[in-house]
Structures are given as structure tokens and as C-alpha cells.
Design a protein around this ligand. Structure first.
Ligand code: SF4
Length: 373
């Protein structure tokens, strides 16, 4: 099949780091992450949410650790889940030391906020001893007071200067195993800040538009902001911040990457918006298929097109295609017309066909892997 799965984007070359067993940077796929919003001390609820995020395809999950009680809970959570976990810590170096002992995969802590030099050194040494990377996270909402004064308000330059302060501390301790984020809720500021820092350091960049908004508005803002950076080749991992179920953050993150052909996880639907020419209910069919096939992680191009105006053309480029017709609709398999289907059995039939195709693809891939071993 003529697949257009290879992205023309030339990615910025960054140093590869490892968050648990997930590579970030270098030639690694852009990792998609989210953050739990349960009470961390509620271990069952947090484990449950991490499992939901894993099912949705998350590569990494961040958990906020605001207290020593939460650090102990983090240890219990760590034992029960397989995804790499990032502990989100502000200021308290003792929490960082404790989660390092308990098995954290990455520490999100800003060295400049830890305080005394001996404390910074203790955290960095604990990270070094256990090969734990640090994520420096600069946020326009919590910029240092002197930088706010110097620049008058948060600016891209202020974000970069703040980041360089944290980086300098790690440099002095000869610690290079870190990644960096520079987030603002404003798209222009975020994009400008990342563009500036991208050429100044070699470490991987974690992308995000912070406090982006609710499901729809935050998705749009994140898609625009992250899209511009990804098009520039910038970004090694991303989190879409939504005031919504974190599972949505994962889905949107993958959809952004899929739209730029940077990751191919799950079904890539090609659907027309429908109009009076449609020969079946395109929107109803799409909604049903999307919700029934949410569990699928194997990449597959599936076209759902209401009539022959665009149907055959799109179907030819997809793994499976459905083109509306009268008196019956036409199904394409691997770009070729294959058989007809009536409206009343359409959704059930197409779902079965998609699942069969996925099973075939997975079996083929397993064979390739077995042969290469
Ligand atoms: S493909 Fe056909 S049904 Fe779909 S929007 Fe175009 S003309 Fe309308």
C-alpha cells in the first residue's frame, strides 16, 4: 500500500535520555504523557487512573507529590503500575530524595527552587546514582520575582533566562541527564520561548501549552501551539494540558502527532463532513466507529466517505475504505473495491472488518519480529 506515514518533518537533534524504559529525545518517537488528577494519597484511585492512561496509549505519567505522605503513597503506586512515573515536586528536596529511594523514573523539580546548595547537590547526586533524569519545568505563571521585575511581565526571554539559571546549576554539578519545558498559556509566548531555547541546549524538550483550557478550547490552543513547534522539528515529549479527563490529553496528544505523521498509534480516520449527497449517515457512523474502536492502538488508515465524489479517491489510499452508494455502499480493501454493504448492517460490518484487518496486521508484525530475532 502506498502509505504516507513518513513525516517530512526534520526533527531537532537532541541528546537521548531514558525515563524508565522509555527513551526521550534522539531518534525516539515523541513520547505522549499526561498527569493524574486524583488525590495521590488515594493509591487505588491513582493506580486506576494510571491504568486508564496506559490503556489510552500513554508513554509516561506524571504524579504530583506535594507531601511526605504523598511520597509514601507514590512508592506504593510505583509497585503496582508498569508505566514510567514522573514525580512532580516543588521546593521540598526531602520529597525528591524519598521518591528517588522508592523508585521514581524522573524528577520534575527545578534546581533553582530547592534552596541551599547542599540540598541541590543531594538531589542531583541521588538522581545521578540511580540514573534518574530531571525535568526542569519553567512556567510563566511562577516566574521568579526578579525576572518579573526585570522584564515587567512574563516574556519568552524571561522564560529562557529562568531556564538557563536552572540549567547552570545542573551544569556546575556536571549533570546533563535532564529535559526541559518552558510553558505559558499564551501560544505566541510559548512558541517563541521554545524556539529560542532549542538552539541553545542539546537536551530533549517537553512541550506543552499550560492551562490551555477545557476540552475543545484547550485542544485547539494546544494543537496550534504544539503544531507550530513540531513543524519546526522541536519537541521530544508532550503533554496536552486540558481541564478535562486526563485520558483526553493522551488522545489529543496522539491526534496531534498523527496529524503530522510523527506517531501512528491507533486508527487514522479519514472522513468527509457529509452533505446532502451522502448515501449513509456519515456522522453517526463515524461517532459509532470512533467510540467502538477506542481500544485499538495498531495504526490503520480507515476512510468513511459519504458518496462517490471523494469516496473512491480516499478509499484507494487507505487500508480500508467505505464509499456511500445507492442502492448499496462499497467497501475497499487495500485500495481495491471488494464488496457491497447495506446501510442497516454498515457499522457492525465495518467494525468487524477493521478488527480483522488489525488482527492480520498484528500477526504480520509479530512474524517480522520473530524472523528478525
Ligand atoms: S464526499 Fe460526498 S457526501 Fe461527503 S461531503 Fe463530499 S459530496 Fe458530500
Amino acid at each position: 500500500m502506498n502509505k504516507q506515514h513518513v513525516s517530512p518533518i526534520k526533527r531537532r537533534v537532541s541528546r537521548k535520555i531514558w525515563v524508565g524504559d522509555v527513551p526521550v529525545g534522539g531518534d525516539a518517537p515523541i513520547a505522549v504523557q499526561s498527569m493524574t488528577n486524583t488525590e495521590t494519597c488515594d493509591v487505588d484511585a491513582t493506580v486506576g487512573q494510571i491504568e486508564q492512561l496506559q490503556q489510552a496509549g500513554a508513554d509516561l505519567v506524571r504524579v504530583s507529590v506535594p507531601s511526605m505522605d504523598a511520597a509514601e503513597a507514590f512508592g506504593a503506586i510505583r509497585k503496582r503500575v508498569s508505566l514510567p512515573l514522573i514525580a512532580d515536586i516543588h521546593f521540598d528536596y526531602k520529597i525528591a530524595l524519598r521518591v528517588a529511594e522508592l523508585g521514581v523514573d524522573c524528577l520534575r523539580i527545578n534546581p533553582g527552587n530547592i534552596g541551599r546548595e547542599d540540598r541541590v547537590r543531594a538531589v542531583v547526586e541521588a538522581a545521578r546514582d540511580r540514573n534518574i533524569p530531571i525535568r526542569i519545568g519553567v512556567n510563566a505563571g511562577s516566574l521568579e520575582k526578579d525576572l518579573q521585575k526585570k522584564y515587567g511581565e512574563p516574556t519568552p526571554e524571561a522564560l529562557v533566562e529562568s531556564a538557563m539559571r536552572h540549567i547552570d546549576i545542573l551544569d556546575r554539578l556536571d549533570f546533563q541527564n535532564f529535559k526541559l519545558s518552558l510553558k505559558a498559556s499564551d501560544v505566541f509566548m510559548t512558541v517563541a520561548a521554545y524556539r529560542q531555547i532549542a538552539s541553545q541546549i542539546e537536551q530533549p524538550l517537553h512541550l506543552g501549552i499550560t492551562e490551555a483550557g477545557g476540552l475543545r478550547s484547550g485542544t485547539v490552543k494546544s494543537s496550534v501551539g504544539l503544531g507550530m513547534l513540531l513543524m519546526d522539528g522541536i519537541g521530544d515529549t508532550l503533554r496536552v494540558s486540558l481541564a478535562a479527563d486526563p485520558v483526553e490529553e493522551i488522545k489529543v496528544g496522539f491526534d496531534i502527532l498523527k496529524s503530522l505523521r510523527l506517531r501512528n498509534k491507533g486508527i487514522n480516520f479519514i472522513a468527509c463532513p457529509s452533505c446532502s449527497r451522502q448515501n449513509f449517515d456519515v456522522i453517526g457512523t463515524m461517532n459509532a466507529l470512533e467510540s467502538r474502536l477506542e481500544d485499538v492502538l495498531t495504526p490503520l488508515d480507515v476512510a468513511v466517505i459519504g458518496c462517490v465524489v471523494n469516496g473512491p479517491g480516499e478509499a484507494k489510499e487507505a487500508d480500508l475504505g467505505l464509499t456511500g452508494g445507492s442502492p448499496s455502499n462499497l467497501i475497499y480493501v487495500d485500495g481495491k473495491p471488494d464488496h457491497k454493504v447495506q446501510n442497516d448492517t454498515l457499522v457492525d460490518h465495518y467494525e468487524q472488518l477493521i478488527r480483522r484487518k488489525i488482527a492480520e496486521k498484528e500477526a504480520e508484525e509479530a512474524l517480522v519480529i520473530a524472523r528478525s530475532e
